[in-house]
Unconditional design. Structure first.
Length: 235
């Protein structure tokens, strides 16, 4: 506080200075173009659920969840089977902890996954396979466990490394694209499939269209252009 109980945020000189900083260095996106989701999906399809190792199953589930939900590694890390709900062909994860978008006026929406017709691209079928494979040694309610004994719950950084492994195997340049780029790749593909901007914003947890247009809406490299968000990304 300044003298006279004046709030620092309302000081006219400081306000003008911060506005000048913003105008001189406006926020920009890390990327100018984005990788094609189909490049990764073509690799993921080769990982057959009938003969997959636990490591590859874990990596596959991470990537499919990241792409079909447009969520960050932090959100995937927070997925908890105690807060998971299954109704028919739909799995829902309710988030009990804060994520990046959390604020007093914003209620975090649950993350929903829908079954997809092609089994080797179906996030729900992959999730069900993962839950079955990990049931025998599961010692934590966090969804993602290490595929190495003693199979403890993993950190968000580990989830990021798993996504990076999948990107490398798919042939993407990980010196250029980071694991977080799955979010931009996902929403850019959804837009290319003509999904309404309102649906994209709701899926990603944005309240302002400018967040999408400034930071995430990118032209797709090697552009290979449903009713649910996940179907738009996978098809």
């Amino acid at each position: 506080m300044f003298q006279g109980n004046r709030n620092i945020g309302s000081d006219p000189l400081l306000t003008r200075y911060m506005k000048g900083v913003f105008n001189k260095r406006p926020p920009t996106s890390r990327y100018t173009q984005m990788w094609d989701v189909n490049i990764v999906l073509n690799y993921v399809k080769t990982l057959s659920l009938s003969s997959i190792t636990l490591k590859d199953l874990t990596i596959k589930l991470c990537m499919l969840m990241a792409l079909t939900s447009a969520q960050r590694c932090q959100t995937l890390y927070l997925f908890n089977i105690d807060d998971m709900e299954c109704v028919g062909d739909v799995y829902t994860f309710h988030l009990k902890e804060h994520i990046k978008q959390s604020r007093p006026s914003y209620k975090v929406a649950p993350v929903v996954f829908h079954r997809f017709s092609e089994e080797n691209l179906c996030v729900v079928r992959t999730l069900e396979t993962y839950l079955h494979r990990t049931a025998a040694f599961r010692n934590d309610s966090k969804l993602f466990l290490s595929f190495i004994k003693p199979h403890r719950a993993v950190s968000k950084d580990t989830i990021g490394r798993w996504i990076k492994i999948c990107m490398i195997r798919s042939g993407l340049d990980v010196a250029l694209y980071k694991p977080h780029s799955t979010r931009s790749a996902s929403v850019s593909k959804a837009k290319a499939k003509s999904l309404p901007i309102e649906s994209i914003m709701a899926q990603a947890g944005w309240t302002a269209p400018s967040t999408f247009t400034v930071f995430y809406d990118m032209p797709i490299v090697q552009d290979n252009f449903s009713k649910t968000y996940s179907h738009a990304v996978l098809s």
